[in-house]
Write a protein that binds this ligand. Structure first.
Ligand code: 6R9
Length: 652
C-alpha cells in the first residue's frame, strides 16, 4: 500500500532549491561520464590552501590487491577554516551556533566571529598542553557549545578528535581512549538530561583509573552545571581560566587532504567497537555537499539535527555540514519531552528552525503525545524535514509530514552510516519525489547495488544485500590501527565492493527501501549495538556462563535487545531479581542505552554440532513464532527448543 503513496516535489522547492531536476541530471551525467572532473569540480566548494590536482585514487582491492582509498591527495586545507574563517568577511556577525539549554532561559548564540574566537582560544590551550598534528584528543562532553568548539579546535591544529557519546559508561570511555591513544581528554563537570545530572567528571575519573599508565596526562574540565567536582592536581584543569589566558588568534595548520580528521567508534558484528577513521578533505567535502543538496541549507538558515555530538550524525550534520555552508546550527541539550511534552516544538518556534533532522524512534515517541501538543506549535519556520538512523515506518513518516511539516515540507529519509561519512541515499527537496518509507535514490556519484548471497548483482526490482561500487570522497579510509579488519569487515564478503551490512529492496522506479541489518548488529533507537559487545559485557558478570543477544522488533525503538543467558554451574541460586540485575550490569559496562529490555535465563543455547549459536532460532522463539522455526535438524540437541520456549514463556 505504502508504495502507491508518492509525494511530488513542491513547486517552490523545484524552482528555488540548490538542486533542481535539470541540475541533478547534469550532475549525474557528469559523475558518470567524467568522474574525476566531476569530483574536482565539487571540491571547489571548499577553501583550499592548495587546490588538488587529483580526485579519487586507489580502490577496493578485489583481485588480490589491498584496499587503498585516497581523495584529493595533493590538496591542502584546514577544516576549521572552512567552517569559520571563510565566513568572517561576509557574515562574521551572522549566527553560527545556537545553544539551547534544557531550561528555556539557558541559551547562547554565537556568531561566526565569536565561535572563531572560542575555537582559536581552545586550540591555543591544546597547543600549550603539548597537543600537535596527528595527536588524538578524546572528547567526552554533553550537548554544549564547547563540544563543537573542541572538535573545531582539534581540526585547527591538526589533532584528531575522538568524540564519545556522554551516555557511554566509564569502561566504554576507557576502551576508546586506550584504542585511540588519546593524550588529552576534554570533559565537563556534569551534564544535564531530562531534569537529572550526569556525573561526567566522575565517570571520566573512573575511566582514567581503569586506564592506569595509559591515561591521558591532561584533562580539561568545562564548566556546565558549576558543581564542585574533584580535580586531581597536575592533571585536571578548569577549561575557562585557561582559555582566558591565551591569544584569541590561532594560525590554522595546513593539512593534507588525506590527513586524519576524526575517529569515531562504532559497533560491528564481532569484537570491540572499531575506530572508523575519516580524513580531512573528502569527509569535509561530503558533509558540506550533502548538507547543501539534501537539506537545501544556506546562509540565514537554522538547521537543527537532534543527534548527539558523539555519533556520526552529530559530526556531519550538527558541526561540519551546517557550518561549512555558512548557515547556523542549533544544539539542544535536552530531551524531547522535558520538562513537558512539546519541548522540541517550542525550540523550533523560538529559534525559527528551518531544517529539522531527527530519528524515527523520536518521531514515534512524539506521535504518542496528546495531538494538541504538536498542534499548539506554529512550526511555520520549517522548510525541510529529515529522518535518519533506522528505517522509518510509513505511519511515522506520514505523521511527521502532516503534523510537523504541515504537508508543505519534504521529508528527507536519508540512508548512510558512520563509515560513509555522510548521506548516500536520499531524496533531494527540489528534484526527487518521496515515497514514505523509502530512502529513495542515490546521490549523484554514488553507485549502490544489490547482490545475492553469492555476490551476484541483482538488476531491476530485487531484494538483496546493499553494496556500493566504487569509492566516494566521504568514505572511511581505515579502522584506526587495524587496516586488515577494515578490509575484512567491508570488502571481503563481496570482493571489489563495499558491503554495508544492510539489506535493501529496489522497486520498479529504482527506489531503495532499506530493510535493516543483515549481520549481528542491532539497531536500537537508531543506535548501533553489536551483539558480541553485549555478550562480552554479560561475560564479565560472575553468574554468567554464556549468553546470546538478539534484536526483536519494537514498536517504539525499532528493535530492542533480548538476551538468552546460561548461568555458570555453581553460580548460586537463580533469584527473581537476577535477570534485571544482569541487564543493569550490562548498562554499567556499556552505557544504559545498551541494557537489554529482556533477559531470559535458559539451560543452554541452541547450537549446531560445531558449536555455533543459531540466532535464527532465538529470534523466532523471542517473537513467539515457534511454528516457523524452519530446519532444526542441524541442532546438536533438538530438545533444547522446547526448553527455550518454556523459559521464554516463564519469563514473560
Ligand atoms: C547515520 C547513521 C548506520 C546504520 C545503517 C542502517 C541504519 C541509517 C537509515 C538506516 C534505514 C535509513 N540506517 N539510516 N536504515 N533507513 N534512513 O545512523 O550511522 O550509527 O553508523 O548507523 O543505521 O542499518 O547500517 P550509524
Amino acid at each position: 500500500m505504502s508504495e502507491e503513496l508518492i509525494f511530488h516535489v513542491k513547486p517552490q522547492m523545484a524552482a528555488n532549491a540548490h538542486v533542481t531536476v535539470t541540475r541533478l541530471g547534469l550532475m549525474q551525467n557528469h559523475a558518470m561520464n567524467n568522474a574525476d572532473a566531476f569530483w574536482l569540480e565539487q571540491a571547489r566548494r571548499l577553501d583550499w590552501m592548495r587546490f588538488p590536482t587529483v580526485a579519487g585514487t586507489g580502490g577496493f582491492g578485489g583481485e588480490g590487491g589491498g584496499v587503498q582509498i585516497s581523495w584529493f591527495g595533493d590538496g591542502v586545507l584546514n577544516a576549521s577554516v572552512n567552517c569559520l574563517d571563510r565566513h568572517l568577511a561576509e557574515r562574521g556577525d551572522a549566527t553560527a551556533l545556537i545553544w539551547q539549554g534544557e531550561r528555556e532561559e539557558q541559551s547562547e548564540t554565537l556568531s561566526f566571529r565569536q565561535l572563531h574566537e572560542r575555537v582559536c582560544r581552545l586550540a591555543n590551550v591544546l597547543k600549550r598542553n603539548g597537543v600537535g598534528r596527528g595527536d588524538r584528543v578524546a572528547v567526552y562532553l554533553p550537548m554544549v557549545a564547547d563540544g563543537v568548539a573542541a572538535m573545531l579546535a582539534c581540526a585547527r591544529i591538526g589533532a584528531v578528535h575522538v568524540v564519545m557519546f556522554a551516555g557511554f559508561s566509564s569502561s566504554g570511555v576507557a576502551s576508546r581512549i586506550r584504542d585511540s591513544g588519546a593524550k588529552l581528554l576534554i570533559t565537563a563537570d556534569e551534564g544535564r538530561r531530562g531534569g537529572k545530572t550526569i556525573p561526567l567528571k566522575r565517570m571520566a575519573d573512573a575511566a582514567l583509573a581503569e586506564l592506569g599508565d595509559a591515561a591521558p596526562a591532561v584533562v580539561l574540565v568545562a564548566r556546565v552545571t558549576g558543581s564542585d567536582v574533584p580535580m586531581q592536581a597536575g592533571r585536571d584543569h578548569a577549561l575557562e581560566p585557561l582559555m582566558a589566558d591565551v591569544s584569541a588568534e590561532c594560525e590554522p595548520e595546513p593539512m593534507g587532504a588525506e590527513d586524519p580528521l576524526l575517529i569515531l567508534y562504532t559497533s560491528g558484528s564481532t569484537g570491540a567497537p572499531k575506530g572508523v577513521l575519516h580524513t580531512t578533505g573528502g569527509y569535509l567535502l561530503w558533509a558540506s555537499l550533502t548538507q547543501e543538496i539534501v537539506f537545501d541549507h544556506r546562509p540565514g538558515d537554522v538547521f537543527w539535527c537532534t543527534a548527539d555530538l558523539g555519533w556520526v550524525t552529530g559530526h556531519s550534520y550538527v558541526v561540519y555540514g551546517p557550518l561549512a555552508n555558512g548557515g547556523a546550527t542549533l544544539l539542544f541539550e535536552g530531551t524531547p519531552s522535558y520538562p513537558e511534552p512539546g519541548r522540541w516544538w517550542q525550540v523550533i518556534d523560538r529559534h525559527a528552525v528551518t531544517g529539522f533532522y531527527t530519528a524515527p524512534t523520536a518521531i514515534r515517541a512524539l506521535m504518542r503525545d496528546d495531538p494538541a501538543v504538536v498542534e499548539r506549535a506554529s512550526l511555520r519556520s520549517l522548510r525541510v524535514l529529515g529522518s535518519v538512523g533506522e528505517p522509518i515506518n510509513p505511519e511515522a513518516w506520514l505523521w511527521f509530514y502532516d503534523k510537523v511539516g504541515h504537508r508543505s515540507c519534504p521529508v528527507m529519509d536519508s540512508w548512510w552510516q558512520t563509515e560513509t561519512g555522510g548521506i548516500m541515499i536520499a531524496p533531494l527537496p527540489g528534484a526527487v519525489a518521496q515515497k514514505p518509507g523509502s530512502a529513495t535514490l542515490p546521490l549523484p556519484g554514488v553507485r549502490p547495488l544489490l547482490v545475492n548471497e553469492k555476490g551476484e548483482e541483482l538488476k531491476g526490482e530485487a531484494e538483496g544485500h546493499l553494496c556500493i561500487a566504487g569509492s566516494w570522497p566521504g568514505q572511511a579510509r581505515t579502522l584506526w590501527g587495524d587496516h586488515p579488519r577494515f578490509e575484512q569487515t567491508y570488502f571481503s564478503t563481496y570482493p571489489g565492493l563495499y558491503f554495508s551490512g544492510d539489506g535493501a529492496r529496489r522497486d520498479a522506479d529504482g527506489y531503495f527501501w532499506i530493510t535493516g541489518r543483515v549481520d549481528d548488529v542491532i539497531n536500537v533507537s537508531g543506535h548501533r549495538i553489536g551483539s558480541a559487545e553485549v555478550e562480552s559485557a554479560f561475560a564479565t558478570h560472575e553468574a554468567v556462563g554464556e549468553s546470546a543477544v538478539i534484536g526483536v522488533p519494537d514498536d517504539l525503538k525499532g528493535q530492542s535487545l533480548a538476551a538468552f543467558v546460561v548461568l555458570r554451574k555453581g553460580a548460586g541460586a537463580e533469584t527473581q531479581e537476577l535477570p534485571a540485575a544482569l541487564s543493569r550490569h550490562v548498562g554499567v559496562q556499556l552505557g544504559r542505552y545498551a541494557a537489554p529490555d529482556r533477559v531470559v535465563l535458559v539451560p543452554d543455547l541452541p547450537k549446531t554440532r560445531s558449536g555455533k549459536v543459531m540466532r535464527r532460532i532465538l529470534r523466532k522463539i523471542a517473537t513467539g513464532e515457534h511454528e516457523a522455526l524452519g530446519d532444526v535438524s542441524t541442532l546438536a540437541d533438538p530438545g533444547i527448543v522446547e526448553q527455550l520456549v518454556r523459559a521464554m514463556e516463564a519469563s514473560a
